[in-house]
Design a protein around this ligand. Structure first.
Ligand code: AKB
Length: 316
């Protein structure tokens, strides 16, 4: 009997993950939690509870009382926001993780999903086809917190047998909710401006290549990883995962095929330095070998589906 709690469910990943888990396990077995008192719009129809990932006592008693077996811990500040609020980012990104790892160590939770990111890499990492194991010297608060989190996940697995599983997500592209505070957010914003017929000013340079993934692939990967037999999970820090990679100029050219009047210009801000420190493409051969990962969406399909589905009303 599985009973799942998704913490930080109101964000870009959570809203889609809760829906998919509900379809799979039944909505009575999936609880969405977020810090807001009102259930976020994207989670309507699911069981919702107000839960602050930093409120250790409340999180503990909720999980124990509700007999939760699996936790997806998504609450975090992303790269750009974290640079503006480093103390809070470190607290949120680390303390919530310890609460959940400890509950698993004590036997209350059977399985944990915790997202890492390509932000664990840094300027000294090889940028092209970045391997699973390589130099990792992240230069952002977010990247440092994700790298530390990865080490703790592996530690709790090795020392305490905790079944924690993780993916280093690339930039995620989706249309059901807006991303918040990431360096890869331009690749979502661009679709709303294109659909509105607006000129798009990109905060990254035209040739900045970054790894990206369509949300449907990311959710499928998350569920496949969590459902893989335990003996197939050989990496307990976090798996590299690749969908596609592109530059702002390349995505703009693809959008122009559908909207010939679309126009983009470039005005890099502080996020350029963050993007410059990250890989341009990822080698995910270990995820492919260990649990059979394979992406579906490449840039042309992703652009087509996004343009068909983005709803500009989400912006209001
Ligand atoms: C961000 O841009 O901060 C995130 C990420 C790559 O983890 N989308």
């Amino acid at each position: 009997m599985r009973k799942v709690l998704v913490i930080g469910a109101g964000g870009q990943i959570g809203t889609e993950l809760v829906m998919r888990l509900g379809d799979k396990l039944g909505t009575e077995n999936v609880i969405a939690a977020d810090v807001k008192s009102e259930c976020p719009l994207g989670l309507k129809g699911s069981q919702y509870v107000e839960l602050d990932a930093l409120d250790r006592d409340k999180v503990r008693s909720f999980i124990i009382n509700e007999k939760i077996t699996e936790v997806y811990l998504l609450a975090a500040l992303l790269s750009a926001t974290a640079e503006k609020n480093p103390d809070f980012a470190w607290r949120l990104n680390m303390e919530g993780l310890f609460t959940i790892l400890d509950l698993a160590k004590e036997g209350y939770i059977k399985k944990i999903f915790w997202p890492s990111s390509i932000a664990v890499f840094g300027p000294t990492t090889p940028r092209k086809d970045t391997p699973q194991r390589t130099t990792m010297e992240p230069t952002t608060v977010y990247g440092i917190s994700k790298q530390a989190g990865e080490r703790w996940c592996e530690y709790y697995h090795q020392k305490h047998g905790v079944d924690v599983r993780s993916i280093r997500y690339p930039g995620l592209i989706s249309y059901t909710s807006l991303p918040g505070g990431g360096t890869t957010d331009y690749a979502v914003d661009i679709f709303y401006q294109a659909k509105l017929g607006n000129h798009f000013t990109c905060f990254l340079e035209k040739d900045t290549r970054l790894p990206m993934m369509f949300m449907e692939d990311a959710i499928r990967a998350t569920i496949e990883l969590m459902e893989a037999p335990i003996e197939q999970i050989k990496i307990r820090s976090s798996y590299n995962l690749s969908g596609c990679d592109f530059t702002p100029a390349e995505i703009a050219r693809e959008i122009e095929k559908h909207i010939p009047t679309f126009h983009i210009s470039y005005q890099p801000d502080f996020r350029q330095a963050i993007a410059d420190s990250w890989p341009g493409s990822i080698d995910d051969s270990e995820a492919r070998e260990d649990w059979g990962w394979k992406e579906i969406y490449k840039l042309p399909d992703l652009v087509k589906v996004m343009l068909e589905n983005v709803d500009v009303h989400l912006l209001t």
